[in-house]
Design a protein around this ligand. Structure first.
Ligand code: ACO
Length: 406
C-alpha cells in the first residue's frame, strides 16, 4: 500500500482505522474468538472445558508453550513458579514507601516496572546477550513474573489495609498461596476455603488471555522494541487499568452501588440511552453476542453465594441485565454482558475491596501477555510497531518571539 503514491511528496496509501478496528497486526496461534457465536478457545481448547477441568497454572503453561503439560512438565512448571514467589527486600521497601491509601494497581504497575532494575539480565542492552535467542533466560523471566506478581498484589492489598506484608509459601497451590498472603490468620495453619480457591482459579483461567485486547496489544507493541518483559508487563498493566478495559469491573461495582435499588434502573438506563452514562460491563469490541466468560461467571457466582450468602448487588445486576436485554437500544447495538459484569460481584462477595479488581485481572492476564511475548519474539515477521497518522494540523508556521505574541 505504502508504495501506491500519486506524487513523490505523497507518503503513500494508508488505511485510516481508528482504534485498529479492522487491522490485524500479527498472526497468532494462542487464542481463538468467534465474537458472533460467543466462542473462546485457548490453543484450541474451549474455555468452558478449561474452566471446569483445568487449573490456572496448567492453563498458563498451555498458553505459553502451546500444549497441555504432562505430569512431569506440570510439576516442574509449578515448582519453578512457586520457587520464584519471594520478592527482593528492596522491592518491599519500595512498596512500603507508597502513600497509605495508594491504589493497589498503581503499586503493582510501579513494582513490576521496578523489577526490571532487579533483573538486568532481561535487558538485552545491559546484559550484552540477546535474551530472545536464549530459551532458558526467557523462561526464567516467565517464572519470575508469574511467581512474583501475586506476591506484589498481596503486598499492595496489605499496604492498603495497613497490615504487615506476608511472605509467600510454596506448600500451597498458586491461588491458595495468593489468598493465604492476603488474609493469613496464623503463622502455621491457615488454608483458604477450597470453594473460594476453586472460584478464584476459574476466574484466573477465564481472564488469562483474550487475543489482542488493549493490554495484550500494548504488550506486543512495547515488546516489539525488544525492551525487557518487566517494563513491557508494567506497560500492559497500565493499559489494563483503564475503566474501559480491566478497570471496568471496578466501574460496574461503582455503577451498581450508585443505582442503589432496582426501582432506579429504568432512570439509569434512560441516562445511558441519552449517552450521559455508560452501562459498564456491557458491550465488547469483539463479542456481538453473550460473552462466554460471563456465562461461566454467572455459575461461579452461585457457587460463591452458596458459601458466603447472596450479595445484594446481584439482584440489581440481574434485573439490569433482564431489562437491558429486552430493550431495542441494547439489542440493536448488540450489547450483552461482558466478563466484567459479574466478576466484580464475585470479588466483592469474596471480600476483595473494589480497587483490587484490576489487580485480580492483571495476575492471570500476565500469562496471556507472556504467551504473546514469546510468540511475538519468535515471529520471523516481527517489526517494531509503528502506526501512521493522518496529519491535519498547521504547517510552515513562523516562530514569533514571546514579546511579539498577542
Ligand atoms: N453502554 C452504552 N452504550 C454502549 C456501550 C455501553 N457499555 N458500549 C457501546 N455502546 C454503544 C455506543 O455508544 C455506540 O452507540 P452509537 O452507535 O449510538 O454511537 C455503539 O454502542 C457502538 O459502540 P462502540 O463504542 O463503537 O463500541 P466499541 O467496540 O468501540 O467499544 C467497549 C467497546 C469499549 C467495550 C464498550 O462497549 C464499552 O465502553 N463498554 C463498557 C466498558 C466495559 O464494560 N469494558 C469492558 C470490556 S471487556 C474487557 O476489557 C475485559
Amino acid at each position: 500500500f505504502r508504495a501506491i503514491k500519486e506524487s513523490p511528496e505523497d507518503f503513500g496509501t494508508m488505511l485510516y482505522d481508528p482504534g485498529y478496528y479492522n487491522t490485524a497486526v500479527c498472526k497468532s496461534e494462542i487464542t481463538y474468538i468467534d465474537g458472533d457465536r460467543g466462542i473462546l478457545e485457548y490453543r484450541g481448547y474451549p474455555i468452558e472445558e478449561l474452566a471446569e477441568k483445568s487449573s490456572f497454572l496448567e492453563v498458563a503453561y498451555l498458553l505459553i508453550y502451546g500444549d497441555l503439560p504432562n505430569i512431569n512438565q506440570l510439576n516442574l512448571w509449578t515448582t519453578k513458579i512457586m520457587n520464584h514467589t519471594f520478592i527482593h527486600e528492596n522491592l518491599i521497601q519500595l512498596m512500603k514507601s507508597f502513600r497509605y491509601d495508594a491504589h493497589p494497581m498503581g503499586m503493582l504497575i510501579s513494582s513490576m516496572s521496578a523489577m526490571s532494575t532487579f533483573y538486568p539480565e532481561a535487558n538485552p542492552a545491559l546484559a550484552g546477550v540477546d535474551i530472545y535467542k536464549n530459551k532458558l533466560l526467557m523462561n526464567k523471566q516467565i517464572f519470575r513474573i508469574l511467581g512474583k506478581l501475586p506476591t506484589i498484589a498481596a503486598c499492595a492489598y496489605r499496604h492498603r489495609i495497613g497490615r504487615p506484608y506476608n511472605n509467600p509459601t510454596d506448600t500451597l497451590s498458586y491461588t491458595e498461596n495468593f489468598l493465604y498472603m492476603l488474609d493469613r490468620l496464623s503463622e502455621t495453619s491457615y488454608k483458604p476455603h477450597p470453594t473460594l480457591t476453586r472460584a478464584l482459579d476459574k476466574l484466573f483461567i477465564i481472564h488469562a488471555d483474550h487475543e489482542l485486547n488493549c493490554s495484550t496489544a500494548t504488550m506486543r507493541q512495547i515488546s516489539s522494541t525488544l525492551v525487557d518483559p518487566y517494563t513491557a508487563v508494567a506497560g500492559s498493566a497500565g493499559a489494563l487499568y483503564g475503566p474501559l478495559h480491566g478497570g471496568a469491573n471496578e466501574a460496574v461495582l461503582r455503577m451498581l452501588e450508585s443505582i442503589g435499588t432496582k426501582d432506579n434502573i429504568p432512570n439509569f438506563l434512560q441516562l445511558v440511552k441519552q449517552k450521559k452514562q455508560r452501562l459498564m460491563g456491557f458491550g465488547h469490541r469483539v463479542y456481538k453476542s453473550y460473552d462466554p466468560r460471563a456465562k461461566i461467571l454467572k455459575k461461579v457466582t452461585e457457587e460463591v453465594f452458596e458459601l458466603l450468602g447472596k450479595n445484594p448487588l446481584m439482584e440489581i445486576a440481574t434485573e439490569l441485565e433482564r431489562i437491558a436485554l429486552s430493550d431495542s437500544y441494547f439489542i440493536d447495538r448488540q450489547l450483552y454482558p461482558n466478563v466484567d459484569f459479574y466478576s466484580g460481584i464475585i470479588y466483592k462477595s469474596m471480600g476483595f475491596p473494589t480497587d483490587m479488581f484490576p489487580v485480580l485481572f492483571s495476575i492471570p492476564r500476565a500469562a496471556g501477555w507472556l504467551a504473546h511475548w514469546v510468540e511475538e519474539l519468535q515471529d520471523p515477521d516481527l517489526r517494531i510497531f509503528r502506526p501512521r497518522q493522518i496529519y491535519l494540523g498547521k504547517r510552515g508556521c513562523k516562530y514569533v518571539p514571546l514579546s511579539g505574541r498577542p
